[in-house]
Design a protein around this ligand. Structure first.
Ligand SMILES: Nc1ncnc2c1ncn2[C@@H]1O[C@H](COP(=O)(O)OP(=O)(O)OP(=O)(O)O)[C@@H](O)[C@H]1O
Length: 591
């Protein structure tokens, strides 16, 4: 199998969505209802006790008996049998609407997203125009012209629904068409049609299936609404038509309205629930590959298929970054922000990453965490963490590592705590999920950690909202959260920058102590050599996306090798913000 062909098959969003539905009680209930409705529709001619058109004058609005199980309607026809046949017509009507919308919308969306240019412009314009039309008014006008056929009106409604599918598909295609596996497919000589069908449609099918489920519900509601208004074909039993008949006779036979009403609401609710269950699954699994970060990871996974296996570092090295290049896709091409960084971190060691603002420290750290911002991706290189190349992991595997084995302490403590939840909840929930412990156990652990990170009244902090504590306390809370699942590697990005000078030293000491206690390795991102001297064993100096010098801390302070390091050290000693570095080559003067 070619590499190009293998890439999309690596993830199977439809299977994942299906599993998610079968794991959720609501998903199972919704599926059962839909299966019953479809069986009723298919088997109606075999299981219906009466012909839906049969009239018994004695059963006009009559109560249930042995032949008419749910009673008779105003025309003396069997409500139960009509309900079964109506399922057939109503579901088929919805199928026509969704079929037309899907075929039109997805096909045009695929072409517009993949090829762009004039087709994209024209299709976008037509889609906007269709969306601007009021569907109900258009349908009423078509009823006048085309007559009362359910299927014809639903086909017209399908055209009105197509722009929703067009926009969704087009945006999804735009998101994946530049993936490496698509490039690989192009390079391997596949035709555009084959690439779209096999490599793009396969990857984006899950959100389209979700849209189909939800739009089917909408189609049933609109169709039933039109029939309730009396615009349906009276000879064809439909749920909307039955609803209209029952409503007209509500005082004579009040229960009759229950059956079509139940059929419509149960079916529509099940379709929407099914769609929502699948959507929840997609959001949880970071879009099954459709978020920007997930895309970056999937991209990395596809890259891994074409890469040579990475040489593993010795066992005492917890992290080895080799030739890491990180880039952002911009309209003018790829902007590289990390340009071939190589670093090593031994177990139990603290590595300082220093450099002026914009030198690529955070981007390097975020690559390890798999948390690059939208549009960012690891272009090349490897990040071997405890024997595993993180650049080849998919989002689900990275998700398992983050929080448990890889922890993160951010720069801005306050903006990293959710103001809507109490501190306790924000500590307990991740522990329950990651460690699989009970709520009581997680609470006990959280209180112990809050005490350990130096909060004077742990119970008060546990019950407090973030706005009720100080910045220093918030940073301690985040540190408690970071170590709560016993991580192997802690990445702290300027953890003291936002804090008062007096609190800074305490937080650094806390990090040092916790590192020993929890046997962690630490990457400390900072621009401050004082912090490096205080807390790090080794240090790497970064400038313009590259490591210009890396050594143990004592060596770097006593014998800095690079001009840029000397300049940074100088500015730290003067306790001032480092000035912009001017490379010797551009001035002709070596410091
Ligand atoms: N989302 C993004 N899109 C494009 N470029 C980005 C993005 N995020 C960061 N960059 C660029 O990446 C480069 C490195 O940024 P990074 O955040 O790693 O710097 P840093 O050394 O951590 O500096 P600071 O201490 O100011 O955070 C910068 O030039 C920045 O403009």
């Amino acid at each position: 199998m070619s590499t190009a062909a293998a890439a999309p098959a690596a993830t199977n969003p439809t299977k994942g969505a299906l599993k998610a539905v079968l794991r959720s009680p609501l998903g199972i209930a919704a599926s059962l209802v839909l299966v019953v409705m479809v069986l009723a529709a298919v088997l109606a001619p075999f299981v219906a006790p009466n012909n839906p058109g049969n009239v018994r004058l004695d059963m006009m609005n009559g109560a249930a008996d042995t032949s008419y199980w749910l009673g008779g309607d105003s025309g003396g026809r069997d409500i139960f049998s009509r309900l079964l046949f109506a399922a057939r017509n109503t579901l088929l009507g919805a199928l026509v609407a969704v079929g037309v919308a899907t075929i039109l919308g997805v096909t045009t969306g695929l072409i517009a997203g993949y090829f762009g240019k004039a087709f994209d412009f024209i299709a976008g314009w037509v889609s906007d125009a269709l969306m601007a039309l009021p569907s109900l008014i258009v349908l009423l006008a078509f009823f006048k012209v085309l007559g009362s056929s359910v299927y014809l009106s639903m086909a017209v409604f399908g055209v009105m629904l197509a722009p929703g599918f067009f926009r969704l598909t087009r945006n999804l295609v735009m998101g994946v068409k530049n993936e490496l596996y698509v490039d690989a497919a192009r390079v391997s000589g596949l035709s555009d049609a084959r690439i779209i069908a096999r490599h793009i449609l396969l990857v984006i099918r899950a959100p389209i299936v979700i849209q189909i489920a939800i739009v089917s519900g909408v189609a049933i509601v609109i169709q039933s609404g039109l029939e309730f208004l009396g615009l349906g074909d009276p000879r064809t039993p439909t749920w909307g038509g039955m609803l209209q008949d029952a409503f007209a006779n509500i005082y004579v036979a009040p229960t009759s309205i229950l059956w079509p009403g139940l059929a419509i609401s149960l079916t529509v609710a099940s379709l929407v629930l099914l769609g929502n269950t699948m959507r929840d699954w997609m959001q949880k699994s970071s879009s099954g590959g459709h978020g920007a970060r997930a895309r970056a990871r999937k991209l990395a996974a596809s890259r891994a298929l074409t890469q040579k296996p990475v040489a593993l570092p010795p066992a005492d090295t917890i992290l080895r970054i080799s030739d890491l290049v990180v880039g952002y896709d911009t309209p003018s091409g790829l902007k590289e922000v990390v340009k071939g960084v190589s670093l090593e971190l031994k177990r139990g060691e603290t590595l300082g990453l220093v450099g002026e603002s914009g030198s690529g420290k955070t981007q390097t750290a975020f690559s390890v965490l798999g948390l690059l911002s939208s549009g960012g991706r690891v272009v090349s290189g490897s990040i071997v963490f405890d024997g595993q190349d993180l650049t080849s992991l998919d989002e689900a595997s990275m998700h398992k590592l983050r929080g448990k084995r890889l922890a993160y302490v951010p720069q801005e403590p306050m903006s990293n705590l959710d103001p809507a939840f109490r501190i306790g909840f924000q500590l307990v929930e991740p522990m329950r999920t990651v460690l699989g412990i009970s709520e009581a156990e997680a609470k006990k652990r959280a209180l112990a950690l809050l005490a350990r990170v130096g909060l004077p009244d742990p119970m008060r902090a546990f019950n407090a909202y973030p706005h009720e504590i100080s910045g220093g306390m918030a940073q301690r809370v985040l540190i408690a959260g970071a170590v709560s699942c016993n991580p192997d590697l802690l990445i702290a990005d300027e953890p003291t920058t936002a804090l008062d000078v007096t609190v800074q030293a305490e937080v650094l000491k806390l990090l040092r102590d916790l590192k020993e206690e929890f046997h962690m390795s630490v990457i400390l991102v900072t621009h401050n050599f004082g912090v490096v001297a205080d807390s790090c064993d080794r240090v790497a100096v970064m400038r313009d996306g590259r490591v210009v010098e890396a050594s143990d801390v004592t060596n770097l302070f006593t014998n800095p090798q690079h001009d840029y390091t000397r300049m940074l050290l100088g500015s730290t000693l003067e306790n001032s913000t480092p000035p912009a570095y001017v490379p010797p080559s551009s001035t002709g003067v070596a410091a």
